[in-house]
Design a protein around this ligand. Structure first.
Ligand SMILES: *[C@@H]1O[C@H](CO)[C@@H](O)[C@H](O)[C@H]1NC(C)=O
Ligand SMILES: *[C@@H]1O[C@H](CO)[C@@H](O)[C@H](O)[C@H]1NC(C)=O
Ligand SMILES: *[C@@H]1O[C@H](CO)[C@@H](O)[C@H](O)[C@H]1NC(C)=O
Ligand SMILES: *[C@@H]1O[C@H](CO)[C@@H](O)[C@H](O)[C@H]1NC(C)=O
Ligand SMILES: *[C@@H]1O[C@H](CO)[C@@H](O)[C@H](O)[C@H]1NC(C)=O
Ligand SMILES: *[C@@H]1O[C@H](CO)[C@@H](O)[C@H](O)[C@H]1NC(C)=O
Ligand SMILES: *[C@@H]1O[C@H](CO)[C@@H](O)[C@H](O)[C@H]1NC(C)=O
Ligand SMILES: *[C@@H]1O[C@H](CO)[C@@H](O)[C@H](O)[C@H]1NC(C)=O
Ligand SMILES: [Zn+2]
Length: 666
């Protein structure tokens, strides 16, 4: 139990932090000597990682030291109270060549407005693909600038090597909070005199935990960084996928950490599936295989799905068994307008490596289960549940995955993709088990757009998918072998505060009078989304998305917007427009919510959407090893929990033969 929590007291080393808050010289490096992985890093025994050392010599600004960048720094590692050894000796590796670069940054907002950057010269070394096997504490020490030191305490967690589950299905509701689950339950499940007549599938999970989502160097995270924490056990910086952020310009040379998908595949030969309703190169799916400090390198991310990391020494990776989602523009040829890595046609690249390629729901349903499968169903993010099921004319856009500008009318939902992924993973895993990540991406995307109804529709689709997954596993007699986790990567400051009489709202002439339409406390009434039809109560979705009395709902931090608290029937909401093209000065979209109330935003005016929030997010667990996930813990503990349940800890280096897999008992 103790090793599960990462509290970080004993090992905490005092550092003299510069006052940098809005901007930082380099996230997890407050001193002029940087060690990555930094102080307080936890490792799975045998997990591959890179080490990056940097020595900073600020040329000017508040930290200017008047020294040239140090080219003779040294780095030692000591196990426990043992004698420090030079890193090359410790790992039995060569010393890499010294790298040099410079970068610049603003020390605060005043410096930004005055365009006065501080310039920093850097000397650096990177040690690629090392691993720590023996559990316990290590002290890594960088000595630089004539007597300064930076110490990092590293902990290799002491986890049992026994495998407790054959399969893991990790559902991620991107941006999903407990508040959103409460709202979704309210609109989709009937209540009589204060008692729900049915519950969400998530509500029925036996174990509930809470995870803290903050970044390594900021308290609000983005999805790339939080996915890295969930998949690698290492927190990082906003925009990072599977790396710590270094200060060099190259977005691909940052120090990497091995992900759960890579470790599971390397050690067990089990199958990996990746499913998302986002464009598939997006952060949450991408962080399973990509290693870059820039989540915007979409073409590169797609290449790593197929080929792994190719330019820097890294782990073995042969592609997932299943890759389903949107984002066709990173696959089809640039001749059709595709934006691909090195201008290749990635449908062809996947086909060359034995993948069957699917473009629609019909093809998905009839595809054989024994082949590696790429399913790309639209350009950009996939259509939302509400548009696929209620307002179908919104699908009439030029988004065909073929890149031929026809509409992508026959898109599957998260449920169809996930159930098919399970069939393929089960058929291909030949007893070695599987790891599937299935993401309801547009809970987050629609919350960003302040389109609460669509976000809740996506959340309900996630819940419907979970329900269908449990039923399917039961039927396959695989439920007892499968740990199911449902969690999120971060929240949004969303809640429901009452109801809105949309008819009354529309009938008033002033914003002040319109506010009378909002009913709080005893005037909030009951949910009008579920009509009084008892045969309908076990449905997973509202029977009416456009009732007179809607939810008085919203976010904590917004751009300017006009709220009428009604479903957007013409497709996902666009709350703002630019004052003029390219101005990045966002004001209320005059076409949006015309009956509603103008509410001025609190975010910087160049923010066109809502933003993430600090809240802890829930973790629901069911299946073998479920008890590991109760309580309150850090996002990285999800990684360590999954790794322990899959028995992936390795206290000794193993022979890396052709397969590299040892005979697991599953
Ligand atoms: C640091 O030097 C650069 C020129 O090398 C200059 O542009 C910048 O304004 C200086 N920054 C500060 C904080 O003085
Ligand atoms: C390093 O320290 C020594 C002894 O204090 C001093 O003589 C030398 O000038 C220092 N070098 C630098 C680069 O600061
Ligand atoms: C990998 O190396 C090749 C050849 O030097 C280069 O063209 C490509 O841009 C590099 N890609 C990445 C992701 O570093
Ligand atoms: C689905 O994709 C297949 C090719 O994989 C194509 O032949 C078929 O016409 C498509 N069906 C629809 C409904 O788009
Ligand atoms: C789809 O959009 C096109 C162009 O806007 C229009 O001509 C066509 O009638 C629409 N089809 C449907 C089924 O709405
Ligand atoms: C109740 O809902 C079901 C399912 O949509 C529908 O078939 C039935 O006609 C409804 N009954 C009443 C009385 O509205
Ligand atoms: C309030 O929002 C409106 C519409 O976006 C905008 O025109 C106005 O400038 C905003 N007021 C303030 C004080 O930001
Ligand atoms: C939001 O505003 C901040 C501060 O002005 C800016 O740095 C950031 O790029 C904006 N983000 C988005 C998504 O517009
Ligand atoms: Zn987000």
């Amino acid at each position: 139990m103790k090793s599960f929590q990462s509290i970080g007291l004993a090992g905490a080393l005092l550092v003299t932090a510069a006052s940098a808050q809005t901007f930082r010289r380099l996230g997890a490096c407050p001193t002029l000597g940087c060690v990555f992985p930094p102080d307080q890093a936890d490792f799975l025994a045998g997990q591959y990682f890179d080490i990056r050392l940097e020595v900073h010599a600020p040329r000017n600004g508040s930290e200017a030291i008047g020294l040239p960048p140090d080219e003779k720094f040294t780095f030692t590692i000591a196990k426990g109270k043992g004698k420090p050894q030079d890193v090359t000796k410790f790992f039995g590796i060569e010393d890499p060549k010294l790298e040099k670069w410079d970068f610049s940054w603003y020390e605060d907002l005043f410096a930004r407005d005055a365009k006065k950057k501080t310039v920093v010269d850097v000397t650096s070394k990177a040690y690629r693909r090392v691993a720590l096997y023996e559990p316990g504490e290590y002290t890594a020490t960088l000595s630089y600038n004539n007597g300064s030191t930076t110490k990092a305490t590293w902990l290799v967690r002491d986890l049992k090597e026994v495998r407790k589950t054959k399969n893991i299905i990790l559902f991620i509701g991107d941006g999903m909070t407990t508040n959103m689950i409460s709202a979704a339950r309210l609109i989709a499940h009937k209540s009589i005199n204060g008692k729900y007549q049915s519950l969400m599938a998530m509500d029925k999970f036996p174990v509930l935990g809470h995870q803290m989502t903050h970044s390594i160097d900021t308290f609000i995270t983005d999805s790339a960084n939080s996915a890295s924490a969930l998949y690698t056990g290492h927190k990082s910086t906003v925009n990072c996928m599977g790396v710590y952020a270094d200060s060099s310009k190259n977005p691909f040379d940052d120090p990497k950490v091995e992900t759960i998908a890579e470790i599971f595949y390397r050690l067990t030969g089990g199958q990996v599936g990746i499913v998302s309703t986002a464009f598939i190169a997006d952060a949450t799916p991408g962080a399973l295989t990509a290693h870059t400090r820039d989540r915007g390198q979409y073409g590169h991310v797609v290449d790593t799905f197929l080929n792994g990391v190719t330019n820097y020494t890294w782990t073995k990776w042969d592609g997932p068994a299943v890759l389903f989602g949107g984002g066709a523009e990173q696959f089809y040829s640039p001749k059709l307008g595709g934006k691909t890595y090195q201008d290749k046609d990635y449908y062809e690249e996947f086909a060359k490596k034995g993948y069957q390629v699917l473009w629609n729901k019909t093809a998905l349903a009839s595809a054989p289960n024994d082949k590696k499968t790429l399913g790309i169903f639209t350009v950009s993010n996939m259509a939302k549940w509400i548009d696929r099921n209620v307002y179908k004319t919104n699908l009439n856009q030029s988004l065909s995955p073929a890149g031929d500008k026809t509409p992508a009318l026959d898109q599957p939902g998260l449920k169809e993709m996930t159930l098919k992924a399970i069939d393929i993973l089960q058929a291909r895993s030949s007893g070695k088990g599987f790891f599937l990540m299935s993401e309801a991406a547009s809970i987050d995307k629609m919350m960003h757009a302040l389109d609460y109804d669509r976000a809740l529709g996506e959340l309900l689709e996630l819940d419907d998918t979970i329900k269908a997954t449990i039923a399917k596993l039961k039927k396959m007699d695989a439920l007892k072998d499968t740990l199911i986790l449902v969690t999120a990567d971060h929240g949004h400051g969303f809640d429901v505060m009452g109801s809105v009489d949309t008819h009354y709202l529309a009938a008033q002439n002033t914003d002040r009078k319109k506010r009378d339409a909002i009913g709080t406390y005893e005037q909030s009434g009951q949910s009008q989304y579920v009509v009084g039809n008892l045969t309908y109560t076990d449905s997973n979705f509202p029977s009416n998305w456009d009732p007179r009395y809607t939810l008085f709902q919203g976010l904590m931090a917004d751009p300017d917007r006009r709220e009428d608290w009604r479903i957007h029937k013409d497709g996902p909401r666009t709350p703002v427009v630019e004052t003029e093209k390219g101005s990045k000065d966002y004001v209320v979209n005059p076409k949006d919510g015309q009956d509603g109330i103008v509410i001025n935003g609190t975010l910087p005016v160049d923010n066109e959407s809502g933003v993430h929030s600090l809240t802890d997010v829930p973790v629901f667990a069911m299946g073998p090893c479920q008890e590991r996930f109760g309580g309150v813990y850090n996002s990285i503990d999800i990684f360590f929990g999954m790794a322990e349940c899959l028995g992936l800890s390795r206290g000794k280096k193993e022979r890396e033969d052709a397969h590299g897999h040892r005979g697991d008992h599953y």
